[in-house]
Design a protein around this ligand. Structure first.
Ligand code: GMT
Length: 374
C-alpha cells in the first residue's frame, strides 16, 4: 500500500507512535510518505520505502499567524496526487483531521478518491479539542473521517463524552518494539551518572503541566528519605523552571539530573529501577509502556488509559492524581524489597509483550485494507 502519514514531528507521543508505525510499515514493504513541518524525531532515514515531504509555511508580513492548516492541505493534495497514495492516516486531530478533510474534497473535485483515517491520541480530545474554540471543527472532521481509531478504550469513551460523535471508533492501542527496550545496553552507565548503589527513579515527558513533574520531585523527595536514590529527568518543557525551583526548596537538586531531550530513551531506561508517571490525564501512557518493555515497574496515576496499561500490584501501582504520599509509599515498597522488585520487573516485561509491535501492526494494516476497499 502507499500510505501518507501526517503527524507532529516532535517528541510528543502522537508523533512517536506515528513515526514508529510508518517505520514498521515501510520495513514490511509498504511505501510510506510522512508529511509534516519537520523531519519526525524517530524517522528511520535509511529505509528505501520511507519518504518525507516538508510543509513549508511562508512568512508573509500580513500574517500574524501563519495559515499552517491551508499549506498542509495543499501539500496533502500534491503528495496524494503525484505519489498516487491509497490513503491518508492523520495522527492527532488538530489540525490534521480537518486538513485531511479539505484535501479529500479538493481531490474529489479533480476525480481522485482518497480516504483518510484519524487517530486520536489524547490531548487533542481531553484538553485542547474539547475547548469551544476548536470543538465544532474537530467534531466535524472526526465524523467525516473514513475511519477513526483511538489509542485506548478510555480515550474512546472521552471522545463520545466530549463530542457529538456517533460513529464507530476502533481502539488500536500504542505498541512497543520489545527488542529495542529489553535488549538495550546500558550505554549511559550508572557510573556516568554517579548513582553508586542508589536506586534510580526515572521520568520521561515534555514537562507540560499535564505531566505534573513537580509531583515526581515530591515523590522522589519522600523516597530518598527512606532509600538512597537518584532521580533522572528526561525531556524538557515549560515546567522546567518550576521543577528547578522546587528541588532548590526541598534541597534535592544534588540528587536530580536533567538529561534533556534524549532520543535514545531505551538507554536511560536501561539504568532505571522505577518509572514515575503522575500525570493529570493520560490517554494511554506510551512512556509507561516503554518503561515496562525495559522491565522497569511503573508508579503512575490511575487516570485515563493508564489502568489499561499498568496493572495495579503487578507491573507497578496506580494512585489517585496528586496523591504523592501513596505513590511514594508504593515506590518504597517495591524498591526496598529485592524479591518484590524482581517480580515486578518480570511482570512489567510480560505485560508490555501484550503491546508488542508485531501484534498491533496487523490491526492497522487490516484497517487500511478495509478503508481502501470500502
Ligand atoms: O502528552 C504527550 O506526551 C503528547 C501527546 C501527543 O498526543 O502527542 O501524547 C498523547 O499520545 C500518546 C500516544 O498515543 C499517549 O501515549 C499519551 O498518553 C497521550 N498524552 C496524554 O493523553 C496527556
Amino acid at each position: 500500500m502507499k500510505i501518507g502519514i501526517v503527524c507532529y514531528p516532535t517528541f510528543g507521543g502522537s508523533g512517536v507512535v506515528a513515526t514508529e508505525l510508518g517505520n514498521a510499515l515501510a520495513h514490511k514493504g509498504h511505501q510510506v510518505h510522512f508529511i509534516s513541518y519537520d523531519m519526525p524525531v524517530r524517522f528511520d532515514s535509511f529505509s528505501p520505502n520511507l519518504f518525507y515531504h516538508e510543509v513549508q509555511v511562508s512568512d508573509y508580513p500580513l500574517f500574524d499567524y501563519q495559515p499552517y492548516e491551508l499549506v498542509l492541505s495543499s501539500k496533502l493534495v500534491d503528495v496524494a496526487k503525484h505519489e498516487k497514495l491509497d490513503l491518508l492516516h492523520v495522527h492527532y486531530a488538530i489540525p490534521h483531521a480537518s486538513a485531511a478533510y479539505m484535501a479529500k474534497q479538493i481531490l474529489a473535485s479533480q476525480g481522485i478518491k482518497i480516504p483518510y483515517i484519524t487517530t486520536l491520541h489524547g490531548t487533542d480530545i481531553t484538553l485542547v479539542g474539547k475547548d469551544a474554540s476548536f470543538e465544532p471543527v474537530i467534531t466535524f472532521a472526526i465524523n467525516q473521517s473514513d475511519a477513526v481509531t483511538s489509542v485506548s478504550e478510555s480515550l474512546k469513551q472521552d471522545t463520545y463524552k466530549f463530542f457529538n460523535v456517533k460513529r464507530d471508533i476502533e481502539v488500536i492501542p500504542n505498541f512497543v518494539d520489545i527488542d529495542l527496550y529489553s535488549k538495550a545496553k546500558n550505554a549511559l552507565t550508572k557510573f556516568n551518572y554517579n548513582t553508586g548503589d542508589r536506586k534510580v527513579l526515572l521520568h520521561i515527558s515534555n514537562f507540560r503541566p499535564v505531566k505534573r513533574v513537580e509531583d515526581v520531585v515530591r515523590i522522589f523527595d519522600k523516597v530518598r528519605k527512606e532509600i538512597p536514590a537518584k532521580l533522572l529527568l528526561v525531556g524538557d518543557g515549560p515546567e522546567r523552571s518550576k521543577i528547578e525551583a522546587l528541588c532548590r526548596e526541598l534541597g534535592t537538586c544534588e540528587e536530580i539530573q536533567f538529561l534533556g531531550k534524549l532520543k535514545a530513551t531505551e538507554q536511560a531506561l536501561a539504568m532505571a529501577d522505577l518509572f514515575i508517571l503522575p500525570s493529570e490525564t493520560e490517554s494511554f501512557g506510551l512512556s509507561a509502556l516503554e518503561a515496562m518493555a525495559a522491565s522497569v515497574p511503573v508508579i503512575s496515576t490511575n487516570t485515563g488509559g493508564l489502568p489499561e496499561v499498568n496493572v495495579h500490584g503487578v507491573s507497578g501501582y496506580l494512585s489517585n492524581v496528586g496523591d504523592v504520599d501513596d505513590m511514594a509509599k508504593n515506590a518504597i515498597s517495591i524498591l526496598k524489597d529485592k524479591k518484590k522488585h524482581d517480580s515486578f520487573r518480570k511482570n512489567a516485561l510480560k505485560r508490555a509483550k501484550d503491546f508488542e509491535l508485531s501484534k498491533i501492526l496487523p490491526l492497522y494494516e487490516n484497517l487500511y485494507e478495509r478503508v481502501i476497499n470500502k
